[in-house]
Write a protein that binds this ligand. Structure first.
Ligand code: COA
Length: 385
């Protein structure tokens, strides 16, 4: 809308929905959340089936193409992801200059933004080019996150092994040693579980940016910023910080009671859409238990169960995806501050899926605001104020 038309348009009359709750702001065939039933589907397929039978690479294809890949298509995608997993030397040099104590999500955001410098076709948003960019991003994310994690600990970066899948490669690059089959499998399913979640804050952000026809790097950079907030992706790190702060089983009940009395939120609990159990939490609860058994360290899992029980009883609230993923990753030996970047390693698949969908049928996203300020206020010159 040009300036003259916008000025002439009526002011918004409907009251604003706080936090846009319940507002339908896009059509999508990528994923759907049924908050009442606690169901999540990707392109029609139930998340529990994908968690049981699929792989992260298969899910990426599914999110981008609307169907599961045939074998040759999957092989092709895997090859293309692998071909994109090595770091550009210029990007590595830039990352080496980041302050060691910078927040991991801030360093990820800056590194991903800089990726655009080294892609001559970054501005091409045709489907073919955009899928190429999306594949590059999916290939780069695990290497960038693992490299940044090592650099902040003054460790030498570990080069990716192109023959490994995303999950195994990431754990290998992060720790500098091959993960166990169990760790790699649980991590792979973890990536599936966090891949997409309809119009969550970061995905909506990515669509708003893509809706201006800005390039995919810009849209993803903005999404990373949105994901970094403690009310979104930042919750998983805070869950583990809370568990460590509580420290032992006997202190769980008083800690939670005290937090509730002080009107503090318990991280990893509650959800803007789910009114019952988040189906991703169902899977991560199982993984937290499996990790506890495998590592002989039941404490974090059992403390989580206790917090869950109290929150259900006292507030009728349920765990979300971040609640049990925290203890799962902790027992896998992943540093706390990497949980949110890991979320991004997974969610890049959903973000890029939504950006592709937005480009394919674009309309600038430009809602109205309910104006609640005064009107007809006379302008007072600076000397008379
Ligand atoms: N612990 C304790 N109380 C909580 C709570 C939590 N985790 N989450 C919500 N509440 C309470 C609020 O204090 C508020 O109480 P009040 O009405 O007495 O003021 C009420 O429930 C509604 O909270 P609100 O934040 O407005 O609900 P929402 O639907 O917008 O919340 C979240 C969704 C996710 C932002 C919220 O549950 C939350 O902050 N959870 C913790 C952070 C988290 O885990 N985020 C990851 C999401 S996947």
């Amino acid at each position: 809308m040009d300036k003259a038309k916008e000025a002439a348009a009526p002011t918004a009359s409907a009251p604003a929905a706080a936090g846009l709750r319940g507002v339908v702001a896009a059509t999508t065939s990528i994923g759907d959340v049924n908050g009442e039933k606690g169901e999540l589907i990707y392109q029609g397929i139930n998340i529990h089936d994908l968690a049981r039978y699929s792989t992260f690479e298969e899910v990426i294809f599914l999110l981008w193409n609307g169907r599961l890949p045939k074998r040759a298509e999957l092989d092709d995608l895997k090859r293309n992801i692998s071909a994109n997993c090595e770091l550009q030397p210029e990007l590595l040099a830039l990352m080496q200059k980041f302050p060691r104590d910078a927040e991991p999500m801030d360093t990820l955001r800056t590194a991903v933004s800089a990726l655009a410098f080294y892609d001559k076709s970054a501005k091409d948003i045709s489907r073919e080019a955009a899928v190429r960019t999306a594949t590059r991003l999916v290939g780069q994310f695990p290497t960038i996150v693992a490299t940044l994690a090592r650099l902040r600990k003054e460790q030498e970066p570990v080069a990716p092994k192109p023959d490994l899948n995303v999950a195994t490669n990431f754990l290998y690059m992060l720790k500098g040693e091959m993960p166990s089959e169990q760790d790699a499998h649980i991590f792979d399913v973890g990536l599936i579980l966090q891949a997409d979640h309809e119009l969550n804050a970061s995905t909506f952000t990515s669509r708003v940016v893509a809706g201006t026809l800005a390039d995919m790097y810009g849209a993803v950079t903005a999404a990373i910023a949105a994901l970094s907030g403690p009310l979104h992706g930042g919750a998983n790190t805070n869950v583990m910080k809370m568990l460590l702060e509580i420290g032992e089983m006997e202190k769980v009940e008083p800690y939670v009671r005290n937090a509730l009395a002080e009107k503090k939120k318990i991280m990893g609990i509650g959800h803007a859409v789910y009114k019952t159990e988040d189906p991703r939490a169902t899977n991560f609860r199982r993984f937290s238990k499996e990790m506890a058994e495998a590592k002989g360290e039941a404490k974090w899992y059992e403390m989580s169960l206790k917090i869950e029980e109290i929150m259900k009883r006292e507030k009728g609230m349920y765990p979300n995806v971040d609640f049990f993923s925290a203890s799962t990753f902790y027992m896998m030996g992943i540093p706390l501050e990497q949980y949110t970047p890991i979320f991004a390693v997974s969610r890049i698949s959903g973000w890029t899926g939504h950006i592709l969908e937005q480009y394919a049928n674009n309309k600038l996203i430009r809602p109205r605001a309910e104006y609640v300020g005064p009107r007809n206020v006379p302008y007072v010159s600076i000397d008379e104020r």
